[in-house]
Design a protein around this ligand. Structure first.
Ligand code: RAM
Length: 335
């Protein structure tokens, strides 16, 4: 006589548990997905914020997340991580690629074994991944950097770019658009004298900055479209006689740049929220690995706190426009 009652109780309990677990995980996403993040390099503060955003998302949909990667931003250094993750049969690999082509054969092998591959921050050639989660439209980042540096150097004089590694897909794409923007007549008095590479290594970026100042005594500005490069350039210039004479701008995190904005070395720079970038990439990977989307243009998916997102041409998903930080707003940002 007790039996049916106990059974009914069990059914009710089970239904309640199911309701809780469905409510707790995002619509259409399977639980327990194994998702591995591979940043450009693990010790870059920007990449750490992005990976943390990814791990926060994975916690929300009850997956198993981890971050593995090299300590330098070289493409060959990422290969062994991709191979290990493939052997481990992760459900998805989310990677900031250090080269557009070098990683493609390894990522293709992962995909051939059913692992979903999402690039974020820095893309591979489209055949190396199913989706690319891009921080912002690459053309507007590149053109925006020139518009900003032009303002800071009064529209004339010599300037240099301090980039990341020579193979970085994201920086190279932005630089291409910077050069395109520079062709406009309003920049005819500005001259790009050199593109230097600090390899997203703090010390190398510091030394490259010193080299630029020595080689080009008339330099009016350095644009570093890398959070490592801009911080190193600002640090060098803030304690050199070039402070106040050579403008430093580019892409950086507010927390790394705050001191240089406060001491007047840097007037303005740009970025998006790297945490949101990682968060969006994790949701994209989870939706792909759950079969909720296949990667086709026009498909939409639920990205947790970021709401519904839609896949654009060539599997690209865009986070949103960058923010310009200066003394007036920098204290409103904490990342
Ligand atoms: C560095 C990396 C990263 C880039 C940022 C702006 O941290 O090169 O890929 O997106 O700068």
């Amino acid at each position: 006589m007790n039996k049916p009652l106990r059974h009914a109780g069990a059914v009710m309990l089970c239904a309640a548990w199911l309701a809780v677990s469905v409510a707790a995980s995002a619509a259409g996403i399977k639980t327990d997905l194994k998702i591995a993040f591979v940043p450009k390099q693990i010790n870059n503060p920007y990449e750490v914020i992005a990976d943390d955003g990814g791990m926060a998302a994975i916690k929300e949909f009850k997956g198993q997340g981890k971050v593995v990667g090299p300590s330098d931003a070289g493409a060959s250094s990422q290969v062994s991580y991709i191979n290990t993750l493939t052997t481990q049969r992760q459900d998805a690999i989310v990677i900031a690629a250090n080269d557009a082509n070098a990683l493609v054969p390894y990522l293709k092998k992962a995909m051939s074994q059913g692992i979903k591959v999402v690039t974020f921050d820095s893309d591979t050639a489209p055949e190396g991944r199913q989706l690319f989660v891009n921080q912002a439209n690459a053309e507007s980042i590149g053109r925006g950097q020139i518009q900003l540096v032009s303002k800071l150097m009064g529209g004339e004089g010599e300037f240099a770019i301090l980039s990341a590694t020579p193979n970085a897909t994201n920086q190279n794409t932005w630089i291409k658009w910077m050069q395109e923007e520079l062709k406009k007549p309003e920049y005819s008095k500005m001259k790009l004298v050199k593109i230097a590479y600090g390899n997203d290594d703090d010390q190398k970026s510091f030394v490259e900055t010193q080299g630029l100042l020595q080689a080009y005594p008339n330099l009016k500005a350095i644009v570093a479209p890398t959070s490592v490069g801009i911080a190193a350039a600002a640090r060098y210039i803030s304690s050199s006689s070039s402070k106040g004479k050579v403008a430093v701008t580019g892409l950086g995190t507010p927390n790394q740049m705050r001191a240089f904005v406060k001491n007047g070395t840097v007037k303005a720079f740009q970025l998006w929220d790297p945490g949101q970038l990682g968060y969006l990439a994790a949701y994209a990977a989870a939706n792909l690995a759950s079969g909720a989307i296949s990667g086709k243009e026009g498909e939409s998916f639920d990205a947790g706190k970021l709401g519904k997102r839609t896949i654009g041409a060539q599997g690209e998903i865009i986070l949103g426009p960058p923010t310009t930080f200066d003394a007036s707003n920098i204290d409103s940002f904490n990342f």
